[in-house]
Design a protein around this ligand. Structure first.
Ligand code: PLP
Length: 417
């Protein structure tokens, strides 16, 4: 476990920018990782370096060749990081934009009269794309209801709604509202049992920072992440697509190579920062294992992250030291249950009779950054069925500490008093 290796948490924290203070607010604890995780210092350096380079790719000069090599290395690093032995990676404007592009392409190429399936647990990025492009392509949209109690959707839920004429499916890997992870491989298998050729697109944006991504094991066609949520920076998204999704007719320049999915000139720095992220996971793997293989070290790092985050969320829920946990506070309700094994580093709560925004403001005044989720077009799909107008989202990452959790619990206990 990360916390049992002396000095490791400090070494981890030293690798991230603004780990305990905000340049605008001063000293603060960061529990808003689902809104955007901390950035690696190496990513900051790399970004500055590439921002200063004027050269473009595809020219016959040393700078241009070097940029292309860096992009190719980043793609190779990503294929190990996300365990994708086939298909390709490319960058786009954001995770949302890439989900729209993948889902749109699958829908407009789908057989007439076929169906699109997705679940009510999804973030609107995939859900809006699927509903909009199903409508434009004349396909029926099938909704798989999620479990309000568990805050997730299962393979059996999909199985119950599946028919052989489903040609496009969307899956959320982890919910940014309930914090629960879905079993993507099992859901994809349930889909393929009925419709083997279905194009399956996964929103991995909330999941990526919390453990492993293992695309080869999922049997899907598309997977999107947002780099700023996995220790890189804002400004772009990353998608992986299978060879058969690559081959579908898609938006591109006339007469360009058929396998290209990128739009225009790429930011080499964005790719280079993903190599920094992979290097970080590699380094963490060396700290928690003796593995000699890169993928094995990345898996070891992912397991350690998941175990440590579970340790932290358990401390938050059940208490630490002599501080009572969230489950012991009469006025606090924990979304999707206190003992949910699907939890990935995130706890959403409501405080009885107090608007969530007020709690978030009061925590902020004490230097503890959390976030309000409202029953709006982002989170209404999860909160409205629970009869909630809002909730407080406390989202952590493996660089957070038990001491920070204790400070949060102390603040919430004090508010109750
Ligand atoms: C699961 C999920 N999907 C999609 C998005 C949208 O990501 P982006 O704004 O980076 O496109 C988010 C952002 O919170 C998310 O958590």
């Amino acid at each position: 476990m990360l916390q049992n290796t002396p000095g490791l948490i400090d070494e981890i924290r030293a690798r991230f920018a603004h780990v305990d203070s905000c340049p605008f607010q001063g000293s603060r604890i960061f529990f808003e990782n689902a809104g955007g995780a901390l950035t690696l210092n190496s990513v900051v350096e790399t970004s500055a370096k590439f921002a200063a380079i004027p050269d473009n790719q595809g020219r016959d000069n040393v700078a241009s060749h070097t940029l292309v090599d860096i992009i190719n290395k980043s793609k190779a690093d990503l294929s190990v990081f996300m365990n994708a032995s086939t298909g390709q990676f490319f960058v786009g404007e954001s995770g949302t934009e890439l989900l729209f592009r993948m889902i749109r392409t699958a829908c407009v190429n789908a057989p007439k009269g076929s169906k699109v399936i997705g679940s009510s647990i999804e973030h609107p990025a995939s859900r809006s794309a699927a509903r909009r492009w199903a409508g434009i392509a004349g396909l029926d949209y099938v909704n798989v209801p999620h479990s309000d109690d568990l805050g997730l959707v299962t393979a059996d839920d999909y199985r119950a709604a599946m028919t052989p004429d489903v040609s496009v499916a969307t899956i959320l890997h982890a919910s940014p509202v309930t914090g629960m992870g879905m079993d993507v491989a099992a859901i994809a298998q349930a889909i393929r049992e009925e419709s083997p050729e279905c194009f399956i697109i996964v929103d991995g944006i909330q999941h990526a920072a919390h453990g492993q991504v293992d695309i080869d094991s999922y049997g899907v066609d598309g997977y999107a992440i947002s780099p700023y949520k996995v220790f890189s920076r804002h400004g772009y998204g990353i998608a992986w697509i299978s060879d058969r999704l690559t081959a579908l007719p898609h938006d591109q320049l006339i007469d360009a190579p058929a396998s290209g999915w990128e739009f225009g000139t790429r930011d080499t720095g964005s790719y280079a920062t993903m190599s920094d992220v992979v290097s970080y996971f590699d380094w963490l793997g060396t700290q928690v294992s003796d593995e000699s293989d890169l993928r094995a070290r990345i898996e070891a790092a992912g397991l350690a992250i998941h175990a440590y985050e579970t340790h932290l969320t358990n401390a938050m829920i059940s208490g630490t030291g002599n501080l009572p946990g969230l489950r012991d506070m009469d006025h606090v309700r924990i979304l999707a249950g206190a003992d949910n094994p699907a939890r990935e580093g995130l706890v959403s709560i409501v405080v009885r009779d107090v608007p969530s925004a007020e709690i978030v403001t009061r925590l902020n005044e004490q230097g503890i950054r959390t976030h309000t989720r409202k029953a709006d077009h982002y989170s209404g799909n999860v909160l409205t069925p629970l009869g909630l107008s809002d909730c407080i989202r406390i989202s952590l990452c493996h660089y957070n500490t038990e001491q920070e959790v204790a400070q949060l619990l102390a603040a919430l206990n004090e508010m109750a008093a």
